[in-house]
Structures are given as structure tokens and as C-alpha cells.
Ligand binder design. Structure first.
Ligand SMILES: [Zn+2]
Length: 69
């Protein structure tokens, strides 16, 4: 069952960053795809539009721009 005896720890994937400003996003778990798959959908990223893609301030900016159109 346990195959981790002689293994080094695998590197974690890099942190998620905001697509707009590059700030590190919070509320998005770091992990390999199989680890992320074990998590519930709401645990994977903030439950709002652009959650896990843009930081809150950039998302707000986009909402304002969209409202203006
Ligand atoms: Zn941002």
C-alpha cells in the first residue's frame, strides 16, 4: 500500500497567481492534479466569478469595466 518509503517528496506545483497582476492567489490549493481531484469543488478555488483566476482587486476592476459597457 505505502510506496513512499524510499521516495523523496515530490515538488509541489507553483502557486496560482492572478492572471492580471501576478499576485499570489489565496484560497486556491497547491497540489498535483490527483491531489486537487480529491478535494471538493468549493475547496479548489474561491466561489466567485474569476475565483482562482484573478485576485479580488483585479476581478473587481473587470466587473466595473463590464458594467460600464
Ligand atoms: Zn490581480
Amino acid at each position: 500500500m505505502d510506496v513512499h518509503i524510499l521516495r523523496y517528496k515530490k515538488k509541489k506545483p507553483s502557486k496560482h497567481v492572478c492572471a492580471e497582476c501576478g499576485k499570489v492567489l489565496h484560497g486556491v490549493p497547491r497540489g498535483r492534479p490527483y491531489e486537487i481531484g480529491k478535494l471538493s469543488k468549493t475547496a479548489k478555488r474561491p466561489n466567485r466569478p474569476y475565483g482562482g483566476y484573478l485576485c479580488s482587486s483585479c476581478a473587481r476592476k473587470i466587473f466595473k469595466n463590464e458594467a460600464r459597457k
